[in-house]
Write a protein that binds this ligand. Structure first.
Ligand code: UDP
Ligand code: MG
Length: 332
């Protein structure tokens, strides 16, 4: 397989019910672009028949299909990294496997790249998800906008195109828990966005539980900003200053105006204050834990994922258990 112009990276986790429909739409859409392409499916440790279906698809279109099979579930973003580490195209497009990102829209992203952009983010015109997902992601978008330097309209949209250079930089970054659209953005020289369509999940269910979504958003915020920690120390300073002031006032009144004590006591409800401050303290401790956890994962230097097999046409399946590149020095 000569180096293709375009690489499509698709993470797949338990997508058995929808894969046939994906193949049926993705390949014709790519053929229609009339550019040499490859599709890399990364099976993220699916427990259903996804791996078998991908294998069949590889046999059907070995010229343009490559399959990376993880030995376990490492998460969508790790799967995309594995695709990035192996793709050969000058331009790389990421896409969800559930057809929520219509493959027919890829051309729009490429047109923006033709115009000289090295990073093209998709913005879902009309998002077809549950109301609580939309509300939560609007709130997270706003928070990210304030806390990080990353500017994007729709961080949750995975239909995005990246230049070879950005993909190489992302692949070389040794982050263990990351958020690809944001990480890639930090390497982009001329980013832009285009509107793309969005569809309801074709089959199967979302792979993100509320818990996984919360984890993902911690990756996004704590992975790209120290502001939460810094806010915490600012808050700590403010609270200490306030409590010192309150203390002085209370003592002053007690000494000079003993008869006011009733009013001050009413204001000074220790239970409520203690409750509030303990809550803040626990949250702060948890926040510190988020960062310490990231440092811990990073210093262990374990492979970020392990690959069981790679299917590609220029040779037999790669030997089993090749490890993903272990974390090295920070990327550019
Ligand atoms: N995915 C994955 N590993 C995971 C979770 C999800 O590879 O641990 C893939 C999934 O198969 C899909 C994409 O990531 O191709 C987006 O997942 P999903 O559609 O469930 O997320 P949502 O659209 O609900 O945000
Ligand atoms: Mg989806």
């Amino acid at each position: 397989m000569a180096d293709p112009e375009l690489s499509i990276v698709v993470p797949v986790y338990n997508e058995e019910p929808g894969l046939a429909a994906l193949f049926a739409r993705l390949y014709p859409a790519l053929d229609a672009l009339a550019t040499p392409y490859e599709v890399i499916f990364v099976n993220d440790g699916s427990r259903d028949a996804s791996a078998a279906l991908l294998r069949e698809q590889f046999q059907r279109r070995p010229d343009v299909t490559r399959i990376v099979l993880f030995n376990a579930n490492y998460g969508q973003h790790m799967a995309v990294i594995a695709g990035f580490e192996r793709c050969r195209g000058e331009r790389v497009v990421t896409l969800d496997a559930d057809l929520q990102n219509p493959p027919e829209e890829i051309g729009k992203l490429l047109a923006a790249m033709d115009a000289g952009h090295d990073y093209v983010g998709g913005v879902r015109r009309q998002r077809e998800d549950s109301w609580w997902r939309k509300a939560a992601s609007r709130a997270m978008n706003r928070l990210r906008e304030r806390l990080t330097r990353i500017t994007m309209t729709d961080q949750g949209c995975m239909l995005r195109a990246y230049s070879r250079d950005i993909v190489a930089a992302v692949a070389a970054s040794s982050e263990v828990a990351t958020f690809i659209p944001a990480l890639a953005y930090t390497y982009a020289a001329k980013p832009t966005e285009v509107e793309v369509a969005h569809e309801e999940r074709a089959a199967g269910e979302s792979k993100y539980s509320l818990y996984k979504l919360i984890r993902l958003n911690f990756d996004l915020i704590t992975g790209f900003s120290l502001v939460p920690l810094q806010l915490f120390s600012m808050f700590g300073m403010l609270v200490s200053a306030l409590s010192l002031a309150t203390y002085l006032v209370v003592i002053g009144y007690r000494v000079f105006f003993a008869e006011w004590r009733g009013a001050i006591n009413a204001l000074w409800d220790r239970d409520i204050l203690a409750f509030l401050l303990i809550g803040m303290l626990l949250f702060g401790l948890g926040l510190v834990g988020e960062y310490v956890g990231r440092i811990y994962q990073q210093v262990r230097q374990r492979p970020r994922y392990t690959v069981r097999a790679v299917l590609e046409s220029d040779g037999a399946a790669a030997p089993p258990a090749t490890a993903g590149a272990p974390p090295q020095a920070p990327g550019p």
